[in-house]
Design a protein around this ligand. Structure first.
Ligand SMILES: [Ca+2]
Ligand SMILES: [Ca+2]
Ligand SMILES: [Ca+2]
Length: 205
């Protein structure tokens, strides 16, 4: 009887150690920032030519432990929106789901303009199934593609220098996205633990 009790105690300690290892990995923080240039390769900076930017976040935790944030920082021709006439909105689309549109509200602003979206634990879990989360910034907004008016003139040499002395050719038209959330890459393998330690079928013969 004493031997059996000892064995059970060892098993319990084993489960606790395994659990805590998984709990630690589950609490890891994911934070990655990706920068894209919507006017890269554009020659006529006055033309309506800014391209949609795509951000692929890799090695994302598949088991978010809570909600997360998606932070968008931009500089460019993002000052105005006039329904029916012109749109300098940005639409934020994650894996086919639109988080909405944002009007940064300034053309060629000295500092980066910032907007933070909350993304839910459930959304993150769905998006992260394949280990990566893809974000697209649609220039002008998909609903307003006919009146998209985002140009690339903030890259002209007579603008800037921008914040931190950055050259307009580099920083004039810029999209930066940061994804942050807490999560683990693995789930606690309860089935394996139950089977390994012969727990959970006490009533069965
Ligand atoms: Ca403008
Ligand atoms: Ca995905
Ligand atoms: Ca414009």
């Amino acid at each position: 009887m004493v031997i059996i009790m000892k064995k059970k105690a060892i098993i319990l300690i084993g489960i606790l150690i395994i659990s805590s290892i998984f709990m630690i990995s589950a609490g890891a923080n994911y934070s990655q920032t990706i920068t894209q240039y919507p006017c890269e390769g554009v020659v006529d900076l006055g033309a309506i030519a800014a391209k949609d930017t795509v951000f692929v976040f890799t090695d994302v935790p598949k088991n978010p432990t809570g909600d997360g944030t998606l932070t968008i920082r931009v500089r460019g021709d993002y000052g105005d929106f006039y329904p029916g006439y012109y749109s300098e909105l940005i639409e934020i689309i994650v894996e086919g789901t639109s988080l909405g549109t944002w009007l940064p509200g300034q053309d060629c602003f000295y500092s980066l303009l910032t907007k933070t979206f909350t993304v839910t634990q459930e959304q993150l879990r769905g998006w992260a199934v394949d280990g990566k989360i893809e974000v697209t910034l649609v220039q002008g907004g998909s609903e307003y593609s006919d009146i998209n008016d985002i140009q690339c003139f903030c890259g002209y040499g007579d603008y800037g220098p921008y914040e931190d002395g950055c050259d307009p050719e580099v920083c004039g038209n810029i999209n930066i996205v940061t994804l942050e959330y807490e999560g683990g890459t693995k789930a606690l393998p309860m089935d394996w633990i139950m089977k390994k330690f012969g727990l959970g079928n006490k009533d069965k013969k």
